[in-house]
Design a protein around this ligand. Structure first.
Ligand SMILES: [Zn+2]
Length: 265
């Protein structure tokens, strides 16, 4: 499970920058717990939400999916169960799904990853749900997949979470005309600032990304660690973009809402 969006304490952000959480499953075992906190009457429901959300200003979105690290755990019939759950709750997004070449172990596991990813992308397109994509050393494959489809056959929005792709790849995604305005690039301290090389890449890529395409995220499970991680990534991204941190927080909150809009209706 990962959380994204913006989280700031009162001293660092304007009051109208609402914390926004996106909690995402990585395998079917997570779905029921997350379904318990999604849905229209989510406010009355459930410890996880109360834990995450201390007041009503916070927005919680939930994603269901199979992560590329968990493809070996799938039980037959998972696609049908995923579709059913998504159809029952129009606020759900699809995530966290993706492709991870660093975790491939042989041809079979790679084929499985690809199949499971593509099935979920098609489902997200069919049901018009935003998708959060985990991608490691496989951006070219995702690019070809997106490029080969018309806008009508694509999910309404795609966010690369903890983007670690190249400058060229980011430029290629931005030039895909049928995806204009619906591709987002997420940055987290946990992944994008983990090594000097990762931070160097972030500093190289950020200048070409329009501010309307940026998301800040924690990519952490530990609730306590989220505010610090969000402040850290916000400071670095604001510095590279030459923006005030609060202005960046405001823009990225709006971007997160735009990314999730189909799921938060
Ligand atoms: Zn991930």
């Amino acid at each position: 499970m990962a959380s994204g969006g913006n989280d700031f304490d009162n001293s660092t952000a304007d009051q109208y920058v609402h914390p926004l959480y996106c909690l995402m499953a990585v395998e079917e075992a997570d779905w029921s717990g997350l379904l318990a906190i999604s849905g229209r009457d989510r406010k009355e429901k459930k410890p996880l939400l109360q834990d995450v959300s201390q007041n009503n200003k916070e927005v919680v979105a939930v994603g269901l999916g199979i992560h590329p690290w968990k493809t070996q755990n799938v039980q037959s019939g998972w696609e049908g169960r995923l579709k059913e759950a998504l159809e029952r709750d129009p606020t759900l997004i699809v995530g966290e799904i993706g492709l991870d070449k660093a975790r491939e172990s042989g041809k079979k596991s790679w084929e499985e990853q690809r199949q499971i990813f593509e099935l979920q992308m098609k489902l997200a397109a069919e049901l018009k749900r935003p998708v959060s994509v985990h991608c490691v050393r496989a951006y070219g494959i995702v690019y070809e997949w997106l490029k080969g489809r018309s806008a009508a056959d694509l999910p309404p929005s795609v966010a690369f979470h903890s983007y670690t792709g190249s400058l060229d790849m980011a430029g290629a995604f931005l030039r895909l005309e049928h995806l204009q305005g619906s591709v987002f690039f997420g940055f987290s301290a946990a992944v994008c600032l983990r090594y000097p090389a990762a931070e160097a890449k972030l500093r190289q890529v950020l200048p070409i990304l329009p501010k309307e395409s940026l998301l800040l995220e924690s990519d952490l499970d530990d609730r306590e660690a989220v505010p610090g991680a969000m402040n850290t990534i916000c400071d670095v991204v604001a510095e590279v973009k030459g923006m005030e941190r609060n202005a960046l927080a405001e823009v990225t909150t709006k971007n997160a809402e735009r990314f999730l809009r189909r799921a938060l209706r």
